[in-house]
Design a protein around this ligand. Structure first.
Ligand code: AQP
Length: 328
């Protein structure tokens, strides 16, 4: 039997090159080796306010980008989190075994809470819902970017605590980070992770950005006061551009860029990004020209994984001594 892989993306904005290099590219590469489930985690997205007029469009766009980036719906189940009630149900059951202190020390919670005027309790519960996503499918491997590593550790802590309180119920998941691109930084500030929810126009390279926009964003990316690339002493802005370029085109190596003036270096990186995104954008346009296709994919994905989700919820309730219909 193949090991099972689970991962997800929030439909909380436009997907960027960090989501691609940290997650989607890796998923597409490994999907055939595993039984793969990839989620559009809309319940996570609403831990901060989402415009209801736009959210559904973002969910469909995210699903189309999964496929355009190489996730094959015949190989992998593409699923909308809120279409399977087991995610929320298991999240509650796991909330009951999760100490408050574990959640309060999550760095993502602390960072996001600082940006909000009022902090919703959903934001604090975010990692428990993520643990539920993973444990619901008894996933063995979770391929994510580096920003999610702490949440994965917490998932294992929650699973362990549940298993020791109520008996072996959950598979222990392993984190899998990509070799290159595990943490892509913002172009405008290479000390901050590139993120969908950041608002600056020059912050992220969108997967659907036009070539001209990509050129412009990279040309304006923050670097340092050196004139040319010195591979022995790269500042954080240059390291970030190099990482993006190398992950898009392996022929971009430290040797090949050493001594390049920053203007030429940026042009070379932009070329590599544009070439990498061009087929993804073409495929995205094809997919979205058929209005019914995405909904079919999402229905098939849901139907495929629903029995597994229901089975885990039943087992969990039984382990806790809750009422399960048909079992005395
Ligand atoms: N900058 C990144 N570099 C590498 N991987 C990244 N991921 C996200 N950002 C980077 C990985 O992409 C997957 C989906 O994550 P997400 O939906 O939480 O993406 P986001 O852009 O971080 O979204 P938000 O809405 O803007 O969230 P915040 O504000 O929390 O950053 C994950 O595998 C993630 O590791």
């Amino acid at each position: 039997m193949k090991a099972r892989v689970l991962s997800g993306v929030q439909p909380s904005g436009s997907l960027h090159i960090g989501n691609y290099l940290g997650a989607l590219k890796n998923w597409a590469e490994i999907q055939t080796q595993y039984e793969s489930i990839f989620c559009i985690v809309d319940l996570h997205a609403v831990t901060v306010y989402q415009d209801p007029k736009e959210l559904l469009g973002k969910i469909r766009e995210t699903a189309a980008l999964f496929i355009a980036a190489g996730i094959d719906p015949k190989e992998s189940s593409i699923v909308v989190q809120s279409s399977i009630s087991g995610h929320s149900e298991l999240a509650w059951l796991l909330t009951c075994v999760t100490p408050l202190g574990w959640l309060q020390r999550m760095t993502q919670f602390k960072a996001k809470a600082e940006q909000q005027e009022t902090v919703g309790s959903g934001l604090l519960q975010y990692p428990v819902l993520m643990a539920a996503d993973i444990l619901l499918y008894q996933a063995n491997i979770v391929p994510v970017g580096d920003d999610q590593a702490q949440h994965l550790e917490l998932t294992r802590d929650i699973a362990q605590r549940f298993n020791s309180l109520y008996g072996e119920t959950f598979t222990m998941p392993a984190t899998r980070l990509p070799a290159v691109g595990a943490r892509i930084m913002g172009l405008d500030d290479p000390t901050q992770k590139m993120s969908k929810s950041a608002t600056g126009a020059g912050h992220a390279i969108g997967l659907l950005d036009e070539p001209k926009t990509i050129q412009k964003k990279i040309a304006r990316a923050t670097t340092d006061s050196e004139p040319a690339v010195n591979s022995e002493r790269m500042g954080p802005g240059i390291v970030n551009l190099f990482t993006i370029g190398h992950a898009c085109d392996a022929s971009i190596t430290k040797e090949s860029v050493t001594g390049m003036r920053y203007g030429d270096f940026k042009k070379r990186i932009a070329e590599a990004v544009i070439a990498r995104l061009e087929p993804i954008q073409k495929r995205f346009r094809e997919i979205t020209s058929d209005a019914a296709y995405i909904d079919q994919v999402l229905t098939t994905g849901r139907d495929r994984v629903l029995p597994l989700a229901a089975d885990t919820v039943r087992k969990t309730k039984q382990a806790m001594g809750l009422y399960v219909q048909g079992i005395g």
